[in-house]
Ligand binder design. Structure first.
Ligand SMILES: Cc1ncc(C[n+]2csc(CCOP(=O)(O)OP(=O)(O)O)c2C)c(N)n1
Ligand code: SF4
Ligand SMILES: [Mg+2]
Length: 371
C-alpha cells in the first residue's frame, strides 16, 4: 500500500489564517478580533479580487491604527457593491463623495483631524484604477505634492469594471474591453499608451510607494502595516483580478494575480522617496503566454490565428520589468531574461519552500500550491 507522508504545509507556507505560526507571524485575518471591515452581505461578484484586497487592506490598516481609521472611497465597484443605499457592508467610518475626488476628500478629512488635534485617527483613501489613474489623478498628484497624511490605495483591475468594462489608463496593451474591441489589424487596447501609476507616484518622491497583489496577502498586509507606520502621503497599488472583466473563472482570481507577477508583467516592489528599496523576486518564472491564455480578454491574441507579434511585444514588456526591477534573484537580469533557469532540486522539498529567490522550476511548487 502506498504510504503518504504527513506534510505540514501550513507552517512552511505561511498560509493565510495560519494559527500554527507564532503569534507575531500570524496574519491579521487569523486574528479572532480583526475588524472584519468589509463584512459579509456585499454584492461583489464571486471571486472579486477587489473585495478580497480591500478587506485585507482595511483590516490591516485598522490593526495598525488601533482601530482608528476613516476610509474615503471613490465611485466604482468597491463603493457600489458595498453600499447600496440604505445598506452598508463597512464596519469602519467610511465616506463616499464622487468618482474623481477621493484623494481630495481624504486630504480634507486629514486636515480636519489635524485642526482638531486628532493625530491618533488615520485616513485612507481608496478607489479603482479608473478613479485613480484617470479622473482622480490630478487631485491625487496634489495630495502627493502637499504630502498630505493619507494612505491612498488603488485597487487595479485594469478597466472601468463597474460601468461595464471600459478601458482605463491602466488597461494593458492588447486587452479587449468594451471600448477596445478585438477588431481590426491591432485588436484590443493599443500598445504605447497608458500610465504607470506606481512610477508616477515615485516621481513625486513621497515617503512610501508599493505594489502588491491578492496572490500574496501576507505581503499586502505587511505593506499596509509599513505604510501606516509612516506619516505623509503614501501610495499602495494592488493588482486585483476581476473575473467578469478578465473573462476568468471566479476560482482563478488568486492564480491569475500570481501569474501576473511570475511572468513579470506586474512587478511587486517597494520604494521610498523615489528610490526602489525592495522587490519581491520571481520564484518560478513563466512566460507571458501562461498568464494571457486563460483570460478571455486576450482570446483574440491566440485565435483564430496566434498573434505572435503581440505575444512578443507583451513578453518584451515583462522582460523590461524583470530587468528594471531585478526580479530574478533580486539582481538585474543580465542575460535579457529569455531562459527560465531551473532548480530541479528545489521542488523535492515536501514541507516548505524556503527558497524565495532563485527557483525557476516549472514543476508545481508544492508548498506554494497550498498557500
Ligand atoms: C464624473 C463621473 N463619470 C463617470 C461616472 C460613472 N462611473 C462610475 S464608476 C465608473 C468606473 C469605475 O472604474 P474604476 O475606478 O476602475 O473602478 P472599478 O469599478 O473597476 O473597481 C464610472 C465610469 C461617474 N460616477 N462619475
Ligand atoms: S465586476 Fe469585477 S471588480 Fe466589480 S464586483 Fe465584479 S468581480 Fe469585482
Ligand atoms: Mg477598475
Amino acid at each position: 500500500m502506498p504510504v503518504q507522508r504527513v506534510k505540514f504545509y501550513q507552517t512552511g507556507s505561511f498560509v493565510v489564517g495560519n494559527r500554527l505560526l507564532p503569534a507575531e507571524q500570524r496574519t491579521v485575518q487569523s486574528d479572532l478580533h480583526r475588524t472584519n471591515a468589509l463584512t459579509s452581505g456585499h454584492r461583489a461578484c464571486q471571486g472579486c479580487g477587489e473585495a478580497l484586497g480591500a478587506r485585507y487592506v482595511v483590516d490591516a490598516a485598522m490593526r495598525a491604527a488601533d482601530g482608528k481609521v476613516i476610509a474615503v472611497n471613490a465611485t466604482g465597484c468597491l463603493e457600489v457593491f458595498s453600499t447600496p443605499y440604505p445598506e452598508t457592508s463597512w464596519q469602519v467610518p467610511w465616506m463616499h463623495s464622487l468618482f474623481g475626488n477621493a484623494p481630495a476628500v481624504a486630504t480634507g478629512v486629514a486636515a480636519a483631524l489635524r485642526a482638531k488635534g486628532r493625530t491618533d485617527v488615520r485616513v485612507i483613501g481608496q478607489g479603482g484604477d479608473g478613479s485613480t489613474v484617470d479622473i482622480g489623478f490630478g487631485v491625487l498628484s496634489g495630495m502627493f505634492e502637499r504630502n498630505d497624511d493619507v494612505l491612498y490605495v488603488c485597487y487595479d483591475n485594469e478597466a472601468y469594471m463597474n460601468t461595464g468594462i471600459q478601458r482605463s489608463g491602466a488597461t494593458p496593451p492588447a486587452a479587449r474591453t468594451m471600448t477596445t474591441q478585438a477588431v481590426g489589424a491591432e485588436p484590443g487596447n493599443a500598445f504605447g499608451q497608458g500610465k504607470n501609476l506606481p512610477a508616477l507616484a515615485m516621481a513625486h518622491e513621497i515617503g512610501y510607494v508599493a505594489t502588491a497583489t491578492v496572490a500574496d496577502l501576507r505581503d499586502l498586509e505587511h505593506k499596509v502595516h509599513r505604510a501606516m507606520g509612516l506619516r505623509g502621503a503614501r501610495y499602495l497599488h494592488v493588482l486585483v483580478p476581476c473575473p467578469l472583466g478578465w473573462g476568468i473563472p471566479s476560482g482563478h482570481t488568486v492564480r491569475l494575480a500570481r501569474l501576473a507577477t511570475r511572468c513579470g508583467l506586474f512587478p511587486v516592489f517597494e520604494a521610498e522617496h523615489g528610490e526602489v528599496t525592495g522587490v519581491t523576486p520571481i520564484r518560478r518564472r513563466v512566460g507571458v503566454e501562461e498568464y494571457l491564455r486563460p483570460q478571455k480578454r486576450y482570446a483574440h491574441v491566440f485565435s483564430p490565428e496566434p498573434r505572435q507579434d503581440m505575444i512578443d511585444a507583451l513578453q518584451a514588456r515583462a522582460d523590461r520589468n524583470i530587468r528594471r526591477f531585478g526580479l530574478l534573484d533580486g539582481r538585474p537580469d543580465e542575460d535579457g531574461g529569455d531562459a527560465p533557469r531551473r532548480n530541479d532540486a528545489c521542488c523535492q522539498n515536501n514541507t516548505s519552500c524556503q527558497n524565495n529567490t532563485s527557483c525557476q522550476n516549472e514543476a508545481p511548487c508544492r508548498s506554494e500550491e497550498q498557500s
